[in-house]
Ligand binder design. Structure first.
Ligand code: PLP
Length: 391
């Protein structure tokens, strides 16, 4: 028996990895499983970004770089945030991190004093890692369950029901993984007023912000003047530029908070790799490719969600952003884990059970439509016949 960090006792194993494991076992047996469980674009990183990274590598840009991130990239990001998101900031307020994931973790670690009872509210359904990250940082996650029937609308009442003297921060994520909801102007105002009333910081994870459909735009919370000093915006390159393996994300927020996060970077990661950052800077010239990806996700969404809604006992709201179909399967008393197992065993389609996304997720599963069209067509067909056979 080893002595270990007691916080780890409260971190559950990843349910999505459990599904992937089962899917792998079936594949080993020669069964053709279609995997809709991963959250990753099925495109290559745009060529210009790859080329710029290789060039920088060959030219020897292979040493430690600035802990904040290279200036050229921070300049590009600050310009983008001002122009596309209406966030007034300069490049000193940007801190590069290895993926948006670590950016979220640093933001939490800056705001929570370990084991003091500090709470962080998380709007549910929520990406699987927020709760464990709060626990890892020594805080207490508080789940705020929004409801499927209401298409996960935020209300002031539900926020008020979960706030306490100990609340330090609220994590929001729009466009949302897994529901595909985007933040409306009205909801942004509700969150802003709530944060001001209770003196909270909002961590706004906008990693899917470029992936919005039907000409819609996601509202960046930090673009609202009255709340901008209370918002840490998180974004990155993984989803919008198909750069998941490059591990580049960032935080943008009030200078004092960013400078505290910088301390974490200095003592934990030192810096990101120089040549990858140069590649990321070049990706700002790849807007056309990024837009093509969004168009393709939109077509796949229309086809796949349309087909899901034709299946009896299945309801799927049309996602407005990100690349996930979040569908409710009302099959007797099956909960989301049972539905996901049923789909894997009977339809040979791997999905993520809703239970991993916290409250408000009963009977739902998440399916990524950033998947080849022919696989999506086939998956929809298989799900349809598995459900009809079950009934
Ligand atoms: N935030 C959300 C909501 C995500 O879904 C993901 C990836 O799945 C991330 C952050 C992580 O992004 P990155 O690859 O930049 O760490």
């Amino acid at each position: 028996e080893y002595y270990f960090n007691a916080n780890l006792k409260n971190i559950p194993p990843s349910a999505s990895l459990a599904v992937s494991e089962k899917a792998r076992e079936l594949k080993k047996k020669g069964i053709d499983v279609i995997t809709l469980a991963t959250g990753e674009p099925d495109f290559d990183t745009p060529y210009a970004a790859r080329f710029a990274a290789v060039k920088a590598l060959v030219e020897g840009h292979t040493h430690y770089s600035q802990a904040r991130g290279i200036e050229e990239l921070r300049d590009c990001i600050a310009k983008k945030l001002r122009k596309e998101n209406g966030i007034s900031c300069d490049s000193q307020q940007i801190l590069l991190t290895p993926g948006a994931k670590y950016a979220v973790y640093e933001a939490i670690a800056v705001l929570v004093t370990p084991q003091s009872g500090d709470e962080v509210m998380i709007l549910n359904p929520a990406w699987v890692s927020y709760g464990p990250m709060v626990i890892a940082a020594g805080g207490v996650p508080v789940e705020v369950g929004l409801s499927f029937e209401n298409n996960y609308k935020i209300s002031r009442e539900i926020l008020e029901q979960h706030v306490s003297e100990r609340t330090r921060a609220l994590i929001i994520n729009y466009p949302n993984n897994p529901t595909g909801c985007i933040l409306t102007e009205e909801e942004a105002q509700i969150v802003a007023d709530f944060a001001i009333t209770h003196n909270l910081i909002v961590i706004s994870d906008e990693i899917y912000e470029r992936i919005c459909f039907d000409g819609r735009k996601n509202k960046s919370l930090a673009s609202i003047e009255k709340v901008k000093d209370r918002v840490i915006t998180i974004n990155g390159f993984s989803k919008s530029m198909a750069m998941t393996g490059w591990r580049i994300g960032y935080l943008c927020g009030p200078q004092q908070l960013i400078d505290k996060a910088l301390l974490y970077s200095q003592h934990t990661i030192s810096c990101l790799s120089d040549f990858c950052q140069e590649g990321a800077a070049a990706s700002f010239e790849c807007q056309e490719e990024a837009e093509e990806m969004v168009k393709s996700y939109q077509n796949q969404r229309d086809m796949f969600v349309g087909k899901l809604n034709e299946i009896p006992h299945v309801t799927c709201h049309l996602p407005q952003g990100a690349f996930y179909a979040w569908a409710k399967f009302e099959l007797g008393d099956m909960d989301s884990v049972a539905v996901s197992e049923f789909l894997l065993e009977k339809a040979h389609v791997a999905t993520v059970p809703g239970a991993s996304y916290g409250k408000g997720t009963d009977k739902c599963v998440r399916m990524s439509f950033a998947t080849a069209e022919k696989d999506l067509q086939e998956a929809a067909k298989r799900i349809d016949s598995a459900v009809r056979t079950y009934l």
